[in-house]
Write a protein that binds this ligand. Structure first.
Ligand SMILES: O=P(O)(O)OP(=O)(O)OP(=O)(O)OC[C@H]1O[C@@H](n2cnc3c(O)ncnc32)[C@H](O)[C@@H]1O
Ligand SMILES: [Mg+2]
Length: 204
């Protein structure tokens, strides 16, 4: 089975990806198995950061690599924390610290203005200098709650209210989140691209 390195150190993402790629004809191996160290995410967009991470993991592992760069954009905060979602409250902070800061920043914002969306960029490279990477982006709309709800998921999930399900993202069963989330939708788009590519001679 073809192996692909998954360029993420986030346990919550890895958990979701293990389900999202369960039926694929590829084996997705976390970058920790190749001692891939973290790389600075210096891009100005989710797409650029996903490419930086994918190229880095591919260079070190020698395998094709898939990376996810994602985050939460809050309308009342002009799109913050956005690409800085992982380090909103500072370097090396916990999800709880980031959630706490977000609640503080939105303290005076009424429910109707607490709209937000999760974004996900997936980048796949066949090798570190691949000039034709596959890139997919997706968005998941919701609203920021006034207090956390739910225990599932990771990151900002306890504060992200999903209107269609009537609960927070951290209250959704993992298979439901994976079906509708930014990451789930990006993987679905990636699946379509992947199938198309596999039909082109010369792609492997
Ligand atoms: O870069 P890697 O190693 O993949 O791990 P990371 O946690 O640093 O990942 P990002 O740089 O992509 O930052 C994304 C942050 O956005 C948040 N986030 C992304 N997807 C999320 C989701 O599905 N649910 C909740 N929070 C999410 C969460 O706080 C992540 O730490
Ligand atoms: Mg990161």
């Amino acid at each position: 089975m073809n192996r692909v390195v998954l360029a993420s150190g986030n346990a919550g993402k890895l958990n979701e990806f293990s389900q999202l790629f369960a039926n694929w004809q590829i084996q997705v191996v976390p970058q920790s198995e190749f001692q891939v160290p973290e790389i600075e995410e210096t891009g100005l967009s989710f797409i650029e950061n996903a490419l930086i991470k994918a190229r880095h993991a591919s260079r070190i592992s020698g395998l094709p690599a898939l990376a996810d760069d994602s985050g939460l954009a809050v309308d009342a905060l002009d799109g913050a924390p956005g690409i800085y979602s992982a380090r909103y409250a500072g370097e090396d902070v916990s999800d709880a610290d980031n959630n706490h800061k977000l609640l503080q920043m939105l303290a005076d914002v009424p429910e109707a203005e607490r709209t937000a969306s999760f974004h996900c960029a997936l980048a796949f490279v066949r090798r570190y200098d691949d000039p034709i990477p596959l890139v997919c982006i997706a968005r998941w709309c919701g609203r920021i709650l006034e207090e956390p709800a739910g225990e599932q998921g990771f990151g900002y999930d306890p504060l992200f209210y999903v209107e269609s399900e009537g609960m927070s993202s951290a209250q959704l069963p993992r298979e439901v989140k994976n079906r509708i989330s930014h990451r789930g939708q990006a993987v679905q788009a990636f699946a379509t691209l992947w199938r198309e590519q596999m039909q082109c001679p010369g792609r492997e």
